[in-house]
Design a protein around this ligand. Sequence first.
Ligand code: GLC
Length: 433
Amino acid sequence: MFDWTAYQKRVEWYQEARFGMFIHWGLYAIPARGEWVRSVEQMPEEEYLPFFEEFDPVDFDPRKWARAAREAGMRYAVLTAKHHDGFCLFDSALTDFKSTNTKAGRDLVAEYLEAFRAEGLKVGLYYSLLDWHHPDYPHYGDQNHPLRNCPEEKNEGRDFSRYLEYMHGQVRELCTNYGKLDIMWFDFSYGDLRGEAWKATELVRMVRSLQPDVIIDNRLEVSGEGFGSIATDSPNEYSGDFVSPEQIIPPYGLKSESGRDLVWEACVTMNDHWGYCAKDTHFKPAPMLIRKLVECVSKNGNMLLNVGPDAKGNIPEESLRILSGIGHWMKRNSASVYGCAASGLPKPENGRITRNGNRLYYHITEGNIGGIPLYGISKDRIKYIRLLADGSELAVSSSWETNNYPDIVFVNVSNGPCLPDETDTVVEVVLKE
Ligand code: GLC
């Protein structure tokens, strides 16, 4: 049975936090063509194993990652403990295919958790349900397996229940050996492999018994495609807690069938790949990502922004620059993000609105000739208006230019023709209680 009270309680911090860092890191950082490289190139494992022999992230220092995340204004992080290739960044007793057996010789998950907790961030682990290393995972004819087209890899003798035992065992290890986890991010379901095919009820019961407050994504049922039963009024026990739209911000936010606001998190890459991709320079500029974060919040969602550290363990320079650009804005304006949600007002034509209680945050992204119209509120409801970035007073303008529009509140935010912050100038409107 789905426990609504427990649910509301556990997602509270998560909806306050709004902004997190996704980290895709593993052996695939060496070929540097993204984390699907084995599948995309249908690469046999003997061509992949040399990366296991070679893996030696000499610059790995998760304290640097954690600092970059915190300074960008992120409040939580999710690291790939195991991705589809099956390589584990943690010291699992159930496999040899793990970081402790590489030149790294360390439990990278443990170090990540320690570093991020030390920066005051909530911590999550991504765990792939798919596993292209495990002999009992379907090979031939599977939709994604690197050897899907190799009839000689037929599945006779493969025992999926043995794989499930392994997978459940690893999840148990993660939930037992590493202290409090705030998020478990399973990835992903497809075809017949969904829900009880993963023994999901048993799995989720185990996770919740070991980590009573943990938040779980919806991918024991779906992938980036589909919403899962959390979007219905009778979720399964293993529905998870949030919807995980991938590489898209839902046009109108997300509601359940009966109109309940759903908890959701858009996961988004900074360039076009999750795992490190040397040639991919399609980075989204910081101003755009700031606006996209605000868009998520204005629609009741979170944004989980990805970085793909390279083979040596460094977050790419360009990603760091972008993070610091976001951080620069967040330092002055994060009150319009944390703890904020949809405003209940229609989206204004000059930006977006987020809201925290009696505070409305007008995110102005388009300047105006003359005063800036704050759509959707009336003068008599306003206690005061401030420029969020510096706390300075903004007066409601009343002049012959605006007098023709008595129903609309106008403010002047700068003397010049341009917005004080071209990315997003935040006008804070405090309403009378
Ligand atoms: C996917 C991909 C993957 C990535 C993830 C992030 O479904 O398989 O590589 O880790 O989504 O959301």
